[in-house]
Each structure stands twice: as C-alpha cells, then as structure tokens.
Design a protein around this ligand. Structure first.
Ligand code: 0X9
Ligand code: CA
Ligand code: CA
Ligand code: ZN
Length: 324
C-alpha cells in the first residue's frame, strides 16, 4: 500500500476557501457562519445548505460534524464531498433537490482545526488525536474532544483522567474549547423550546462502522433511552449501514466510552446521533492515513447514507413504525 502524504489531504485553509467558494457560487443555497474559535483562535465554521439558506425555515435540521480527532483527515474530505455533492446536484438530481427543499443541512467540516494543522502541516503526519489546549499541572497538551461532552462525563472507565493520555477527558465537561463551541451551537438550534436538529452523524476514522448510543453502558436501554428509542436507533443504523457496507452496532459493543458526542446529543438534546467510522476497516488499509487515491471512493461511498438520514429526519421513528 502506498503511504499517504500530508499533501494528499485538504488543509484547514483549503476548507475555508471551499466554503467561501460554495457560498459565492450557490447564493441562496449555501450560507456559512463562524460559530466560535478553537483554543488557538481559529474559526470553527458551520455551513448551512438548504433552499432559501439565509432564512431559518421550519424544516427538519440535520447536522454533520467532522474531525473531532485531529488525524482523521478523511472525515474532512467527507465534509467537502457532501458540500460539493449537495450544491452541484441541487436542481439536477431529483432526490437531492427534494431533500434540500424540505431539510436544512448543517456541516461543520472541522471541529478541531488546531489539531488538524498540528498533525498535517509540519511535513510528516504526527498521529495526533486531541486538541491543542494546555493542561494545568502538566506539560502534556490536549483534550480528547470525544471524551469531553457533558453526559455521564468520566462516569464509567471510558476515558482517562491523565493529561498525557490520548483519551484525556479534560478538566470538566465542555472544558475543551471546541466542544463548548459546538455544544453552544447545538443548544442554539432550540427554537421555541424545540430542538430543530433531529439527526446527526459525527464522522471518524477508522473501522467501517455505524455506531449509536449509548457508549457509556453496555445496557440496551438506560435512562433516556427506551426500548422504542433503541429499536429506532438499531433500525436506522442498520439501514444506513446497508448502504455503505459498514458494520452497525451500539457503540458500547465496540468499547465503553464516556463523554462522547453521541451520548450527549441523544440524552441532552434528543437528536438521533450516530458515529460513522470510515475507511479502512483495519490498519492494513492505511489506518488513519490511507493514500489519497481512496478519497473519492470512500467519501462517495457514504452518499446514500447521508441522503437516507436526511430523508428520515422528519421523523426518525418512522423507520420502525413507532412514530412516537
Ligand atoms: O474512541 C472514539 O472516540 C471513536 N473511535 S476513534 O478511533 N475514531 O477514536 C469511537 C467512539 C464511539 N463510541 C464508543 N465506541 N463507545
Ligand atoms: Ca430551506
Ligand atoms: Ca429551521
Ligand atoms: Zn475518531
């Protein structure tokens, strides 16, 4: 297998430019906003794609987040793919046109710009996972953003309290600057007392998996997760995995985690939230750094899953017939 070079992947500056380009080329369909700054002060951007994008219409909203983990560069490519596909096919592809006429899509192409740049822009990849925030009392940098969310934070042995660990949970829930920014954005989508976002995918690499809550417990049902909820997650997760050949499972069946984004999105905000672990299925496919020539195949592989989630966003329970 050919090794990847950092230049195989788009940079943070490339992402900012691609968003600006999409906004300029597709006025009315694309708007972007800076939702906050990373620890080192870089803009964290959310892109909205919908008909009449500048207007907050009463349409189900769907969120895609990418790159919580610095080295998972393929996830940023996924965001750029989705942006390109939804914009270029609107008005051409009947399915995409109908979905964007009735849904509001939010993309956050990189949640962790500081980590991405640190991993990519020195000339050689550095296998960096966390953000780049200092920790008091330690020389070790970084919080694992996907252990820093405010549901059952640090509860269950699924994160570390040591700043040097790759799964360091941070000093408190949402202590990670970037987690606070995205959580505030999501809380800001509560309009008239109702969370507007109904469905979410957080993109990671690697493993070729579709994962759903909870991660903090092996139990199939738990506070805030009824049997009907669990059935809807399993049915929808399995339907998504049927489109891309990934393996569907409850996230704790992979391993226990606490403070992940999916558990917070569901338990705190009622959002049907999945993690996609993208290509490869194992380290033999290049691990976190597959060669750039797989990017087109492995991003378009998720086209149908993305569109399927948009379809069900009006009522995710509809997949089981339990329209709670
Ligand atoms: O550990 C993570 O944060 C995710 N995997 S990664 O290799 N991208 O770091 C998986 C989180 C999913 N949740 C659970 N497995 N419980
Ligand atoms: Ca709209
Ligand atoms: Ca809306
Ligand atoms: Zn990850």
């Amino acid at each position: 297998l050919r090794a990847a070079a950092p230049s195989d992947y788009h940079t943070y500056d490339d992402v900012i430019a691609a968003v600006a380009d999409a906004e300029a080329r597709y006025p009315g369909l694309v708007t972007s906003q800076v939702i906050g700054q990373s620890y080192e002060g870089r803009d964290i951007v959310a892109v909205k794609i919908s008909d009449n994008a500048a207007t907050d219409e009463d349409e189900p909203e769907v969120l895609f987040t990418h790159n919580q983990h610095a080295r998972e560069h393929l996830t940023v490519e996924m965001a750029l793919y989705t942006l390109g596909e939804l914009t270029s096919q609107y008005g051409t592809d009947a399915e995409i046109t109908a979905l964007l006429d009735t849904r509001e899509v939010w993309l956050v192409p990189t949640v962790n710009p500081d980590g991405k740049i640190y991993d990519q822009e020195s000339g050689t990849f550095r296998s960096w996972r966390k953000n780049r925030q200092p920790n008091s009392g330690s020389a070790a940098l970084g919080t694992d953003l996907n252990r820093n969310w405010a549901h059952e934070w640090g509860c269950c042995g699924g994160s570390s309290g040591s700043p040097g660990s790759d799964t360091y949970r941070g000093s408190a829930p949402e202590s990670g600057t970037e987690v606070g920014v995205v959580a505030d954005f999501v809380r800001g989508r509560v309009v008239g007392g109702e969370q507007q976002i109904t469905a979410h995918i957080d993109f990671h690499t690697y493993g070729e998996l579709v994962l759903w809550p909870y991660g903090f417990t092996y139990a199939d049902t738990a506070p805030g997760l009824t049997a009907d909820d669990a059935a809807a997650f399993e049915a929808l997760g399995t339907a998504l995995a049927d489109t891309n050949g990934y393996t569907p499972q409850q996230s704790s069946d992979l391993y226990i985690t606490d403070g992940t984004v999916n558990d917070w999105m569901w338990a705190d905000q009622g959002i049907f939230s999945f993690t996609f672990e993208m290509y490869p299925s194992s380290s033999s496919g290049g691990g976190f750094y597959p060669p750039g020539d797989v990017i087109d195949r492995e991003t378009s592989r998720n086209r149908e899953a993305v569109l399927t989630l948009l379809d069900y966003a009006d009522c995710p329970y509809r997949i089981t017939g339990n329209e709670a």
